[in-house]
Design a protein around this ligand. Structure first.
Ligand SMILES: Cc1ncc(C[n+]2csc(CCOP(=O)(O)OP(=O)(O)O)c2C)c(N)n1
Ligand SMILES: [Mg+2]
Length: 647
């Protein structure tokens, strides 16, 4: 079937994406876009159209392929999936992609939007119908049930929800992660008409849509029983194929042969498609490089002075958690991305710890509430998720149930920053520092590399008593500390470039800020998180290319902030550039606040900031995005030079 085959080539070309759910929903998508819904590809916003909401945004390849087959844009656009500046972002974005009704990617939000749209259309007397596609794991989100209650309450006969009931989510069987059965009965209890069908059978699907049309005065849910990975022999019913692309051309060819049978595309045809995807990125390269003030020979592992090891900070978290997990007070709470954020290293190789592991399903608000409850019993709950959801989705729970009663809850917030890459804006946490630093009692840790993440995981869990959030990234980032590098809670480190060394990390000397004596440097670079290595690289460039000395300050503890280290930089130097892989000012304004407020300030102060400049993230490869979003050492250098040269 063509939709599946196109989606598979696009995912392979992207090197990442979600084949399992895209394949299970393919028949529903075809039935909806090509048969059931009234759409106008020539006029995507035609007011008389039916509305199709993809609440399950990770199934985007099925949506994009269906839109292309319906005529919204050429199929070649789908081949650019997950690449920088593509209309086909890692998760659908309504402002970029024609035919996408709502941006999605944070599960559990689509049904509520569909309810509002159905209400609005009914108010206008419109005949348009509203469809909302969700996953079965997604049913674990409480917001789905708030929306379901509203749809039943308002008797929305113009609303149809479709649940892709493929029985799997990321961590395994839906039934064992967090049971949602009996699903039809649950919807019926909320005032819905519930229909079940084989969701990989076109005739049954069309009948189900027909049944929904005939049911007036009630919303209908179609529970579409499907097979995750449907159509590809080695992907069917295998949870591990949730979110990874075929790894080799052999795997892609096997997948295409399974899907297309004897109609299989020739090798040349597939090669031509893959070449189009590469050509798209090649055409964007000048735009990426134009955003970047390159300094030759100074990029990571490019030349003798730039040799670093790279390792993911999330692994640093997982390894440390595993190492301290023998402490019987520690319990962990899973929300269906246990492997991805490495929290499952707690029980990996330690089956005896399993009674201390609790899965709550895809339910971040409950994650925090349950953690708060566990803390009241003297446990040290460690919960974690992608930062966007771990912090944003449950911020009020963190505020009221954790920080206000000052409970000893630990939150791991993974996938911070645009360096998350291809998943795009919905998965790139860029706001947590601003959100969390305003919460009383919160300790906020933002370590700079995998080693420091390990140290701070230990300290944050075992030494801090009270709410603690540790922010870390997804991809491998440069290792710029050593096992013996100091790491003291609430005390920044001062890092100084001391001259070339075969390993980049050995070119620097690090001391706790308290113990540092000013060398009257030319500029202070204050950073937190994995952008700190960029600040160190900036210190190298400033010295080697401009003969300027930089004091790099590693502010690994963002709350409580080491005010003395900031003040020393103000008084000793008076010229500060902050750097954060975060919305600009979330961190920088904290530093600026300390600098500006303090009465003992002696010098006139010159300051500037590096960060995301008030926009959402994007899909792309991590380093490409660091350049496009002006987050590299070269950008730090450029700002420092402007300040240094200004009177
Ligand atoms: C609010 C939120 N939490 C977590 C995630 C990460 N995530 C993406 S897909 C997924 C599993 C979804 O399972 P299911 O709804 O069953 O989809 P399917 O199996 O059909 O892919 C999770 C947890 C997310 N996108 N949004
Ligand atoms: Mg599922």
């Amino acid at each position: 079937m063509l939709l599946r085959a196109h989606a598979m080539v696009a995912i392979y070309a992207a090197g990442s994406g979600h084949p399992g759910g895209s394949l299970s929903i393919a028949d529903v998508t075809t039935a909806l876009f090509l048969h059931e819904a009234r759409l106008n590809p020539k006029d995507p916003r035609w007011p008389g159209r039916d509305r199709i909401f993809f609440s399950a945004g990770h199934k985007a390849p099925a949506l994009y392929t269906a839109l292309a087959m319906t005529g919204f844009f050429p199929m070649d656009e789908v081949l650019t999936l997950r690449r920088f500046d593509s209309i086909c972002q890692g998760h659908p974005h309504s402002l970029k992609c024609p035919g996408v009704e709502i941006s999605s990617g944070s599960l559990g939000q689509g049904l509520g939007v569909a309810v509002g749209t159905a209400l609005g259309l009914r108010l206008e007397g419109s005949k348009s119908r509203v469809y909302c596609i969700m996953g079965d794991g997604e049913q674990q989100e409480g917001s789905v049930w708030e929306a379901a209650m509203a749809a039943g309450h308002y008797r929305l006969g113009n609303l149809v929800a479709i649940v892709d009931f493929n029985r799997l989510q990321i961590d395994g069987d839906v039934e064992s992660v967090m049971n949602i059965r009996p699903l039809p009965d649950k919807y019926r209890a909320f005032g819905w008409n519930a229909v079940e069908c084989d969701g990989n059978n076109m005739a049954e699907l069309l009948d189900a849509f027909q049944a929904a049309r005939q049911c007036l005065g009630k919303p209908t849910v179609i529970i579409a029983h499907t097979i995750k990975g449907k159509g590809v022999s080695f992907m069917e019913n295998v949870a591990a194929w949730h979110g990874v692309a075929p790894k080799t051309r052999l795997e892609l060819d096997q997948a295409l042969a399974d899907i297309l049978g004897r109609e299989v595309w020739s090798r040349d045809e597939v090669n031509a498609m893959l070449a189009k995807a590469e050509a798209f990125s090649a055409a964007k390269a000048p735009q990426v490089e134009a955003a970047f003030p390159a300094v030759p020979g100074c990029w990571w592992n490019d030349g003798d002075d730039m040799q670093v090891d790279m390792f993911p900070t999330r692994q640093g978290f997982g390894q440390a958690l595993g190492a301290i997990g023998g402490d019987p007070r520690i319990v962990t709470i899973h929300v269906d991305i246990s492997g991805s954020i490495c929290i499952n290293q707690f029980e990996k190789n330690h089956p005896e710890r399993l009674p201390r592991v609790f899965s709550v399903g895809i339910a971040e608000q409950n994650m925090v509430q349950v953690a708060a409850g566990l803390a009241t019993t003297g446990r040290i709950p460690v919960a974690g998720d992608y930062g966007v959801f771990a912090c944003g989705r449950c911020w009020d729970q963190l505020r009221t149930s954790v920080c206000y009663p000052n409970l000893n809850v630990k939150i791991a917030g993974a996938h911070a920053g645009v360096s998350v890459g291809a998943d795009g804006a919905t998965h790139q946490a860029l706001e947590e520092i601003a959100l969390l630093a305003t919460l009383p009692n919160m300790t906020l840790l933002v370590p700079c590399d995998a080693l420091e993440t390990g140290k701070m995981t230990r300290l944050g869990i075992l030494e801090v008593v009270g709410p603690t959030y540790i922010r870390y990234a997804r991809e491998a980032t440069p290792i710029v500390t050593r096992p013996e590098t100091p790491c003291v809670l609430g005390k920044a480190n001062v890092i100084r470039y001391r001259g070339r060394a075969p390993k980049f990390v050995d070119a620097f000397e690090t001391v706790v800020a308290d113990a540092y004596t000013s060398e009257k440097e030319d500029v202070a670079l204050v950073a937190c998180g994995p952008i700190l290595p960029e600040a160190m690289r900036a210190a190298y460039i400033l010295k080697e290319k401009h003969d300027l000395e930089a004091r790099v300050i590693n502010m690994h503890t963002v709350k409580p902030l080491d005010e003395a280290a900031i003040l020393a930089a103000v008084n000793d130097i008076g010229l500060i550039v902050t750097a954060e892989e975060h919305q600009i000012g979330g961190f920088g304004n904290l530093v600026a606040g300390v600098a500006a407020r303090h009465k003992a300030r002696r010098k006139p102060l010159k300051m500037d900031m590096i960060g995301i400049e008030d926009r959402f993230g994007e899909s792309g490869n991590p380093w490409e995005l660091m350049k496009v979003f002006h987050l590299t050492a070269e950008h730090i250098v450029a700002k420092a030079l402007v300040l240094a040269n200004s009177k």
